[in-house]
Design a binder for this molecule. Structure first.
Ligand code: CTP
Length: 418
């Protein structure tokens, strides 16, 4: 199935100028192994990092780099380059390339091909983490997301510059998986005009309450317990609910994401603060608990920084309130739909069914967050929707697409029930 979905695919790969460009050579190999045809455009900066000859040898095709080459135009016009592709892939996508894409600039062959296309574009960002977190890049990324550009990564990790954080380009096989997911969904995303119009009012007049991100539980004034949640899925759900016309309240733990436009975002640190914020935001028609709430907190956080002398301290933990179970089990004022997530590393469906019953939710969105899945911190997600009616497994897709589909599903559930 993997090979079949790629075997007939025509990929236009744009290699930007970043140290991660060497991984794009591996990406070409992996795609060709699976039967895809890969044409390569390199930016001028890209050519500083890898030789066009390597890309040509691996792709078995001429590499294009010049917007004004008469020879190239005679062989294959630059418009034709993007027209004949099934998918455009930018890897590495540098901060500069992302900025130019967001502005619709077209002063070289790469950006011209990106602008001249009517096909989907998938980008694999790679840059220093401060560039990734800079408000200018956040704005540009938000613009591209609004334009339905797909993302794979960036991943958290150690970077070539020695710093640690988000900015590392996704591995070639992760990009291959994202390409397959994008190709599988070409007929579904973006929503066609009519469906998009219906979606934009699907939740009009409703209040949707979403939790997102991790929580931080203080051990002392400088240390805390936390988890790897990035908040991307929860934030994407809040954005999708807003797109669907709802009034949205997002209760966010500590995340490195911008507040979604048009969404009332309340920032909290701990599970107890999150519960209070959620209770204060009620009533709601739909409650979606996407946060990865810390199950435990320190029984007695140190008033001052705990010092090293005297050996390692014993940390006594107590359980945090379960926000989802509290809201779903409320005798009065329970939202009409309560949706939980189940982050699992084993027995995904069985554990999700157990959570559906135990927490009295209408739906559980289960995902496998085990070691290699790349779900925590990544941009794509593979989920199973578990309800009393059974299980609906979705193919891997971008978290914003999971958000939109989930919202469309909840709107349908409410429509069916009213
Ligand atoms: N959740 C919550 N409050 C908590 C713990 C979890 O609201 N204190 C919610 C999460 O937002 C998610 C769901 O419960 O929607 C499941 O979270 P998960 O961590 O997968 O399950 P737990 O209930 O914590 O169980 P376990 O850790 O044993 O798998």
């Amino acid at each position: 199935m993997t090979a079949a979905s790629l075997s007939a695919a025509r990929i236009l790969l744009i290699i930007g100028g970043g140290i991660a460009a060497y991984k794009s050579l591996e990406l070409i190999r992996r795609l060709r192994e699976r039967g895809a045809r890969v044409r390569v455009i390199m930016t001028q900066a890209g050519k500083h990092f890898i030789a066009p000859l390597s890309a040509a040898a691996l792709s078995g095709q001429k590499v294009y780099d010049d917007l004004f080459s008469l020879t190239d135009e005679a062989e294959m016009g630059h418009i034709e380059l993007s027209r004949e592709a099934d998918l455009l892939v930018v890897a590495p996508a540098t901060a500069d390339l992302i900025a130019r894409m967001a502005q619709g600039l077209a002063h070289d062959l790469a950006t011209t091909a990106l602008l001249a296309t009517d096909k989907r574009t998938l980008i694999a960002p790679a840059m220093n983490l401060r560039m990734w977190l800079h408000p200018a890049t956040r704005r540009n990324v938000a613009l591209l997301e609004r334009d339905d550009v797909l993302f794979v990564g960036p991943m958290d990790g150690e970077m070539a510059c020695g710093e640690f954080g988000p900015g590392r380009m996704a591995e070639p096989l992760e990009i291959v998986a994202a390409i397959e997911a994008a190709l599988a969904n070409t007929t579904v995303i973006p929503l066609p005009g009519g469906a998009r119009a219906a979606f934009s009012s699907a939740l009009a007049g409703m209040h949707v309450l979403v939790t997102s991100g991790p929580t931080h539980e203080a051990i002392d004034p400088v240390r805390f317990l936390a988890n790897r949640s990035s908040g991307r899925q929860g934030h994407a759900i809040a954005e999708a609910a807003r797109e669907a016309g709802a009034r949205v309240t997002l209760v966010a733990g500590p995340v490195a994401l911008p507040d979604p436009a048009g969404v009332q975002t309340l920032h909290v640190e701990s599970a107890r603060e999150m519960l209070t914020a959620v209770e204060n935001a009620l009533p709601a028609d739909i409650f979606i608990a996407a946060a990865a709430v810390a199950d435990w907190r320190a029984a007695q956080p140190g008033r001052n920084k705990i010092k090293k002398g005297g050996g390692p301290p014993t940390l006594k933990l107590v359980e945090n309130p379960d926000i989802l179970a509290t809201i779903a089990g409320a005798a009065r004022g329970r939202p009409r739909l309560v949706v939980g997530f189940a982050a699992e590393t084993e027995n995904v469906l069985d554990n999700a069914r157990a959570k559906l019953r135990a927490k009295k939710t209408d739906l559980i969105v289960a995902n496998d967050v085990g070691g290699e899945s790349g779900v925590f911190g990544g941009r794509s997600n593979l989920v199973h929707l578990v309800s009393a009616d059974g299980v609906d497994s979705w193919p891997a897709m971008d978290k914003s697409e999971v958000g939109r589909r989930l919202i469309a599903r909840l709107a349908a559930m409410l429509g069916a029930g009213s």
